[in-house]
Design a binder for this molecule. Structure first.
Ligand SMILES: [Zn+2]
Ligand SMILES: [Zn+2]
Length: 247
């Protein structure tokens, strides 16, 4: 088995809360410098910069998984991670149908920038991407699975926008493939607080909104080869998972 280092939660300049220099080109360069093997591009409720990130990564020795961080109507975040642009676009179509009406107020919420592989601005997404969708957590997880994706409960240790902050617990009837612990919670602390949820695999990632954040927390997957199927096997307990950059 070979070790592959993953940071499966990175925002681009399409997320209104991310820095404008979080372009796919700069993200890939930063991820390569940090020796990451696989990253997920996971903007809020949209995947419009994911395809270009995949294209840029093609000859740079790093794998990009197209993803989205979807906000449920309970205001909890879910990472929906896929292995092809077609699948993430299928998911995006469902998400876009369930976004709040209205136009993003750029001065208030921030710009949502779609760029090309040369860092040139292609346009501004005018949808309200940061808001809650009309979809329940269960509906989001089921839709993610419909498209063959991985559904991860984002940063369950955060006091806002997490399944636990919003519901108080992780419901048994929602089939999360993994739980994410954010970069600022140490392993020991996570074990003591979330020990009840050990039946679901845990990953940790950077939730990068700035270039310097990339790779500040990573998950190592021990796989036969770097593929989405192998990562899925790891999440089913058939391959080893370890946290890296963690005390
Ligand atoms: Zn989040
Ligand atoms: Zn995030």
């Amino acid at each position: 088995m070979k070790r592959f280092v993953a940071d499966l939660h990175i925002h681009t300049c399409l997320s209104p809360c991310a820095e404008l220099d979080m372009t796919p080109l700069r993200i890939i360069d930063a991820a390569v410098k940090k020796r990451l093997d696989v990253i997920a591009i996971s903007d809020h409720n949209s995947a419009e910069n994911a395809g270009i990130a995949m294209k840029i990564a093609q000859d740079k020795g790093i794998k990009v998984l197209p993803a989205m961080e979807v906000t449920s109507y309970e205001e909890a975040h879910v990472l929906a991670i896929f292995d092809s642009i077609e699948k993430v676009m299928g998911m995006q179509e469902i998400i876009y149908k369930n976004l709040p009406d209205g136009i993003n107020d750029e001065r208030l919420s921030g710009y949502q920038v779609v760029v090309n592989e040369r860092d040139e601005v292609l346009g501004f997404n005018k949808r309200i991407l940061f808001g809650a969708t009309g979809l329940s957590l269960k509906a989001i997880v089921d839709a993610t699975h419909f498209f063959g994706g991985i559904a991860v409960a984002s940063h369950i240790d955060k006091e806002i926008f997490s399944v636990i902050s919003q519901l108080g617990f992780i419901p048994d009837d929602i089939a999360f493939d993994a739980l994410e612990i954010s970069y600022n919670t140490k392993r020991q602390r996570a074990e003591s607080v979330f020990g009840a949820y050990k039946s679901i695999p845990w990953i940790t990632s950077s939730d990068a909104h700035h270039l310097n954040d990339i790779g500040r927390r990573t998950t190592s997957f021990f796989l036969e080869e770097l593929s989405f199927e192998e990562i899925k096997m790891a999440l089913k307990g058939e391959r080893r998972i370890e946290w890296s950059n963690v005390e």
